[in-house]
Design a protein around this ligand. Structure first.
Ligand SMILES: O=c1ccn([C@@H]2O[C@H](COP(=O)(O)O)[C@@H](O)[C@H]2O)c(=O)[nH]1
Length: 238
């Protein structure tokens, strides 16, 4: 994976997506379709965006019993997306089943989509881990443990925050993909995210890819905001 900047298309429908993408006519993008858009528009939104020439991370974060995840992944593999994901909290059997489903569902001659596991959401804080999830461990240790489970299950990488990337690169190896949401420009609101960093910090810490939503999509000039984030991510400007 070529260290992409992935734009989260958290829009309510296809019209909003088209309006947003109209600002990027010359640009081949890597975009993320999440639950909000996919549950509204269904699989046709994927073929629509593919026809425009963009790469797609389908962020549905599957988390269910192994057989259900396997059959769901068989279906998703047919959609011609580049990246899909599960929650690592589903465990090794579930993650292994996800890969089996992807392999079975990928059309002959095509490469299966990369599959990554969410370790701990970037909206989760150390306090939440202890007080709400009742996990009596350091958040870093939880992320590392889930990342190891994902690796052992044959997944290609994880979703984590930038704060854990150096540790994962050191302990698991930097060919294991680290996709990091929770990205904010210096003066932007964190909104509901807690483990945040700027694009240039993500670059320095060694993220494979960053996911950026509102710091681009909610700006008055999304194209300018995108260029600004991209420069920072490429280490050209802080
Ligand atoms: O741990 C996670 C996993 C997924 N996300 C998704 O990324 C974007 C982030 O959007 P922002 O507007 O930049 O906060 C969003 O679609 C989330 O569903 C995440 O934030 N953290």
């Amino acid at each position: 994976m070529q260290r992409p900047l992935i734009i989260a298309l958290d829009f309510k429908d296809r019209n909003e997506v088209d309006e947003f993408l109209s600002h990027f006519r010359e640009e081949k993008l890597f975009v993320k379709v999440g639950m909000e858009l996919f549950y509204q528009e269904g699989p046709s939104i994927i073929s629509h965006i593919k026809q425009l020439g963009h790469d797609i991370f389908l962020d549905l974060k599957l988390h269910d019993i192994p057989n259900t995840v396997k059959q769901a992944m068989r279906g998703l593999a047919k959609l011609d997306v580049d990246l899909v994901n599960v929650h690592a909290a589903g465990g090794k059997k579930m993650m292994t089943a996800a890969i089996e489903g992807l392999i079975e569902g990928t059309p002959a001659g095509k490469k299966r989509p990369n599959c990554i596991a969410v370790t701990q959401l970037t909206s989760t804080s150390q306090e939440m881990v202890q007080d709400e999830l009742l996990i009596d461990k350091n958040l870093d240790d939880v992320v590392l443990h889930y990342a190891k489970l994902a690796k052992e299950s044959g997944l290609d990488g994880v979703v984590c925050s930038t704060h854990e990337v150096e540790m994962l690169n050191e302990k698991i190896g930097d060919s294991f993909i680290t996709v990091t949401p929770g990205i904010r420009m210096k003066d932007d609101s964190a909104y509901d995210q807690t483990r945040i960093a700027t694009p240039d910090q993500a670059h320095e810490l060694g993220s494979t890819a960053i996911v950026v939503g509102r710091s681009i999509t909610k700006q008055q000039n999304p194209y300018e905001a995108y260029l600004h984030v991209k420069k920072s991510w490429e280490g050209i400007e802080g």
